[in-house]
Structure formats: C-alpha cells, structure tokens
Design a protein around this ligand. Structure first.
Ligand code: SF4
Length: 379
C-alpha cells in the first residue's frame, strides 16, 4: 500500500512578512512539550497506520521551521519516526531554514535517515531578504546548502519567490544564477501572494507595499520557466522543477490521490477518501494528546462531485496531467462524459492538450492555471 506521512512543526524564529502558514514565533517554551506530544502521536497513530499499511514510502517534516527545534528535540522526533513508522524510508525530507542549521545539525538529520532537504531560501539578495522578514542572508543560504552537501545530502531542493516588493528582474536573475551554481537537484518557484492577516497585507492597506507591476511579475515567471529547463530542471508540476528522477515523491502523492497521515498541530490527513485537519492551536494540541482526546476534526467527506473536481485540479497541476483511465477507475464514469466540453473549450484556448490518455496543461495553461482550474468546477 502506497502512503505517506506529514509531520508538522509549528515554530519559527520570526514570522516572515508574507507568511500565513500555521506557525508561531516566540513559542520556544512549548517546544519540549510539543515534541513529547508529537512523539506520543507518532507512537500511537503512526504505528497503527504502519501496522495497517506497512512502511510508508515518504515522510516529510515541514512547518513552520522544523529546524527551529533544538537538536535534542529533533533527535527525539527522528528516533520516534524510526521506531514506529520505519527505518530506511525511501524519501525522507526535512524543511530547513538556512538561518537555523549548521554542519552539526545537518549531520544529525543525515545520521537519522533523512535523505532530502528542502531549503526555504526565497532570494539570495540581502536587501530583499530583509524586506520580506527572513532571518538569514544570501551568503548563509549558500553556506547551509554547501554544509548539507558536505554532510552527504544528494537530494536538495530550494524555494525561490518572485514578485517580491521592490524586486527587479535583475535581482531575480542573480538569485536564479546563484541557485543554479549550487548544483542542487530541485527548485520550487512561487509567485508572491499577499495573504490576509500578514504584515504585507497591513503594509498594502497603508500603501507601503511596492509590488512589481503585473507584467513585470509575469516576465519574472517567464524567465524562470524558460531558464530552469535549459539547466536540466524539468517542470513536473505548476511550481516544481527537478532533475530527472529527483521529483519530490511526497508532493507527487498529494497530486495523485495517495493517502497520507498528518501528525502534529494543524497537520492535514487524507485517509480512506476523507480529509481531516488537526487543531491549529499548539497548546490545544498538546493538551488533546495528553488527555487522549480527539485532536482531528473531519474537515470534509467530499461528495462525488467535489471528489471529481479535486481529483482533476490536483492531477492537472502535474506535467502528466489528468489520466482518463485513473479517472474512470476511481469514479466509474468516463472523463469525456464529465469534462468533454470543458476540455474542448480549454483546448481551443490553447490552455489544454487533449489526448486519448487524458489531458494536460500546455505551457500557457500552466501560466494561466487558475483560468483552466475554474472550468473544472462542476455546477
Ligand atoms: S520560515 Fe517559513 S513557515 Fe516560518 S514564517 Fe517564514 S515562510 Fe512562514
């Protein structure tokens, strides 16, 4: 049985100005008790699914900033994963903030079976890094990646953001070149979104957020999507580029309907066709685990229509696209009978390529993905 495990660490040293993820700064006092509760959940729920489905193919520790945890707490979690979820996980990823790791920390991760790192770098430009509230410099990011390589990591991913306030095309080009010079295996690119409740949202209200014009941000997107493949990073999903064979297996499973168990506060799970979310509040999570009460809430048991829409959206994010066979096997109806007209319309607009095996977004479709996805909503 193919399945994955996601483990959420809701701590950060400082809240980045654009971030609306469930993560908190200044809660170091809760790290030890959170670790204890998390290890307990790994032992009970992780082990129970391990017994049911066997060892998962992927484990992903994300956040927040997992590496904001002291080494001692991280070691406890990694030992719990080895004991109750399994050793020798095929793809075991930890998200790292370059400002929170050193050679020793990275060696600890490697020694406990972690074989993939995802660095949130966002830019190598110190002025921009300060402007978006990151805690590290560009040089520290370079150093962290090199230390990871020296520690034996051969599968490293790096995130970059385009469309940052006061960012110019030349800044982005320098950052992309610096990323390429690091000989990493995977690059994720994200366009900045101003999310409600963030520092950037407040700055925008006050007229203090100078974002690049839409055409400029679009030109940055075009630059990245053209240059990365030239350097051997194939686009395999809307935001993700990888060297051949080094695509993120864990993320692929989200897009291809593979079940996953989420552990920790705010973690989401997809199990037997149902979606669950754990309580977001850290103290509520710790108290719930200690008391043995339910910390998951059923978020959604999708109707057949919603399940079809979601299946289509997620598959369309990938380069392989939406498989007619997989759709028919899951829903017992043909893709053509449900989405035939939509596919034809999007193909006429040059957004979708329709083939016998199914359909997939064109380059133009990837760029204007939201237009295409909206058409897949069933009335
Ligand atoms: S380090 Fe990551 S999770 Fe933490 S605030 Fe910044 S973007 Fe958000």
């Amino acid at each position: 049985m193919q399945w994955g495990v996601y483990i959420h660490i809701p701590f950060c040293r400082q809240k980045c100005f654009y971030c609306d993820f469930p993560s908190y700064a200044g809660r170091e006092n809760l790290m030890a008790s959170y670790t204890e509760a998390l290890c307990q959940q790994i032992e009970i729920q992780g082990f129970s699914y391990r017994q049911k489905w066997g060892r998962p193919a992927t484990v992903y520790i994300g956040g927040g900033t997992p590496t904001a945890l002291p080494e001692e707490n991280m070691a406890q979690i990694l030992k719990a994963v080895a004991a109750y979820i399994g050793m020798g996980i095929e793809e075991f990823t930890v998200e790292c903030n370059p400002g929170t790791v050193d050679a020793e920390y990275l060696q600890l991760l490697r020694a406990h079976g972690v074989n993939r790192l995802s660095f949130g770098v966002q830019s190598f430009n110190d002025r921009l890094l300060r402007r978006i509230g990151r805690i590290h410099t560009g040089a520290e990011a370079v150093e962290a990646v090199k230390q990871a390589q020296a520690a034996g990591f051969e599968n490293i991913s790096l995130d970059l953001i385009y469309g940052l306030p006061e960012q110019e095309m030349a800044d982005l080009q320098v950052s992309v070149r610096q990323a390429l010079a690091l000989d990493i295996q995977h690059i994720s690119i994200y366009g900045l979104q101003v999310e409600e409740g963030t520092v950037f949202a407040r700055q925008q209200e006050l007229g203090k957020l100078a974002l690049p014009a839409e055409e400029e941000a679009e030109a940055m997107y075009d630059y990245m999507t053209e240059v990365l493949p030239q350097y051997g990073y194939r686009r395999y999903e809307v935001s993700n580029f990888a060297q051949a064979g080094l695509e993120s297996r864990h993320n692929r499973s989200y897009w291809h309907d593979v079940p996953y168990l989420g552990l920790g506060a705010a973690a989401h799970s997809y199990l037997e066709g149902k979606r669950y979310a754990a309580v977001v509040d850290i103290q509520g999570y710790i108290a719930g685990i200690k008391a043995g009460t339910e910390i998951w809430q059923l978020e959604e048991e999708p109707t057949c229509q919603h399940a079809m829409e979601e299946f289509a959206f997620l598959a369309l994010r990938t380069a392989e696209g939406l498989s007619a066979q997989a759709f028919a096997e899951k829903f017992q109806v043909s893709l053509q009978s449900v989405y035939g007209e939509v596919m034809e319309k999007l193909a006429r607009q040059g957004l979708l390529l329709v083939e016998e095996a199914g359909c997939r977004l064109t380059e133009k479709g990837f760029k204007y993905g939201n237009v295409a996805f909206a058409e897949f909503i069933l009335d």
